[in-house]
Design a protein around this ligand. Sequence first.
Ligand code: RTP
Ligand code: MG
Length: 141
Amino acid sequence: MATERTLSIIKPDAVAKNAIGDIIARFEKAGLKVVAAKMMHLSEEKAGGFYAEHKERPFFKDLVGFMTSGPVVVQVLEGEGAIAKNRELMGATNPKEAAPGTIRADFAETIDANAVHGSDSPESAEREISYFFGNDEICPR
Ligand code: RTP
Ligand code: MG
């Protein structure tokens, strides 16, 4: 499998729980490398643009409200099959359906406050990485 990059966000609920380190440790233990990272408090515009694909969905307003409710940690993860591997570590969108041992099963409470985001395809990964990081902010390793 090819080396890939994916965008990961530790969402406001997980940051508020002091789970940043535990979550990043799971990525690293699974062989993913952090090649870019920053903490930021998203504006409505930045969060809305990020989730533009969901603009017409009934949960869009709540999603943007939640993503702007506190700081997030945004990172680029690199590794073999990084996109699928990250989605596997995250678990299902709804934490109640997430497999035991996944990040969402262990750190998330609800489908709204579900601890992490991960790109879902190579196309989204490319768009999402460049939405948050310039090339000079990514450190190949
Ligand atoms: P994400 O984009 O955050 O990694 O999550 P995902 O791919 O697993 O889920 P997606 O379908 O892209 O939805 C984005 C986020 O919107 C919220 N959501 N709420 N109330 C609902 O039915 C509903 N569906 C989705 C979740 O917080 C989800 O992470
Ligand atoms: Mg998604």
